[in-house]
Design a protein around this ligand. Structure first.
Ligand code: G3I
Length: 344
């Protein structure tokens, strides 16, 4: 292949030539932006639902499902030949307002299982993959199993995880079912502890023949971190792969703490971190997809309601395209990493 260029060597082609997918999440608002849709059509062969399949968007009342926004995104993905990823089934966050007063230990299991049956069943045969259990680990909650003390765990018990996977597999036997988590990428004691608990749970799920086929590594990373992903994370990826599980990078983006006055230096640092991270991850043949959480800085969640804004309140620059949807150094870094990845 000749020189790297967003239109002649889009990320999806570079990825496809190595046997994996590249994609982004999209929200209902994103779809109204022609610059966004143009660049996504050009670059992506996988699309994840940013908000549309979260409980708080899908379930305005306990009785009612609102599938309109997710159907619209699926239609867009299908029209442009992209595979589709569902996010998310069992998560402690983005639950509807009615959930707290409605869900009880008596009805919670049925509530979760009927939700999964209805939602996964509706899209059966159309989903590449499903984020079944999201962010279920939180060692600082001080449980001996490292699980987060979520409403689902409190109401159903730790078995909610395997119940969710079984229900999803029954409703769509072909989608790749994964457990998605964060805070497992860095070379720090906290992340290493979370990796240890994750491996314990994955081993137990495999031993019990729970239908989990992959893990998602969110990868919301800090380009300025002293604990940037390295050998311990690499060892974790080996261990996950050795279990026969596939791996997806599901929500990649970068914060940074360089001064805002030098956006060129910030973009260079972020680009070098993209390449460093993807070089490490893509060595593993079990990696079947890379998704960024959005594709252009204009739409990043980090410049909305992120709870740790930059000290000077200037915008983050986390994605491969800028606020005018022009390619940034990060795009070229991703393209190089994809080009240098081994085939799988
Ligand atoms: O839709 C309303 C809008 O009408 C209103 O004007 C605006 C005011 O703030 O809020 C809008 O909704 C917000 C929505 O994002 C769209 O911007 C919600 O309050 C806000 O909670 C929601 O945050 C999303 C968050 O998940 C919770 O669902 C973020 O956009 C989304 O990027 C974030 O994504 C998560 C993944 O699902 C899981 N992993 C971490 C990742 C980042 O936090």
């Amino acid at each position: 292949m000749g020189a790297l260029d967003p239109s002649s060597t889009p990320l999806k082609s570079l990825a496809e030539s190595k046997g994996f997918l590249y994609g982004t999440s999209a929200t209902p608002g994103d779809l109204k932006d022609r610059q966004f849709t143009d660049v996504v059509i050009q670059q992506c062969d996988l699309m994840a639902t940013g908000l549309q399949l979260k409980w708080n968007m899908l379930r305005p009342t306990p009785e009612k499902y609102n599938f309109g926004p997710a159907d619209e995104l699926l239609g867009f993905a299908q029209q442009h030949g992209m595979k589709f990823q569902g996010h998310v089934l069992a998560w402690h966050n983005a639950l509807p307002d009615w959930f707290g007063s409605y869900a009880t230990p008596q009805n919670a299991q049925q509530l979760m299982l009927s939700h999964i049956k209805t939602v996964v069943g509706r899209y059966a045969g159309k989903m590449h993959s499903w984020d079944v259990v999201n962010e279920a680990l939180l060692p600082s909650d001080q449980r001996s199993d490292g699980l987060r003390n979520t409403p689902w765990l409190q109401l159903i018990g730790p078995d909610y995880i395997e119940l969710a996977f079984h229900a999803a597999a029954a409703a769509d036997p072909h989608a790749i079912l994964f457990w998605n988590d964060y805070g497992i990428e860095n070379e720090s004691p906290e992340h290493e502890l979370k990796r240890k608990f994750f491996l314990q749970h994955l081993t137990a799920l495999r031993q019990r023949d729970v239908p989990i086929q992959a893990i998602g590594i969110q990868s919301h990373l800090d380009a300025s971190s002293k604990h940037f992903p390295g050998p311990q994370f690499d060892a974790f990826l080996h261990q996950v792969s050795d279990m026969g599980l596939k791996i997806m990078v599901t929500e990649l983006d970068f914060t940074d703490s360089l001064p805002s006055s030098d956006s060129a230096a910030r973009n260079q640092l972020i680009a070098s971190r993209y390449e460093q991270y993807l070089d490490l991850v893509l060595k593993h043949h079990s990696v079947i997809a890379v998704l960024t959480w959005g594709i252009a800085d204009k739409h990043t969640w980090l410049n909305g309601n992120y709870k740790f804004p930059r000290k000077d309140n200037s915008p983050f620059l986390p994605l491969p395209f800028d606020t005018n949807t022009q390619p940034k150094p990060a795009w070229y870094a991703m393209a190089r990493a994809f080009q240098n990845a081994p085939s799988r």
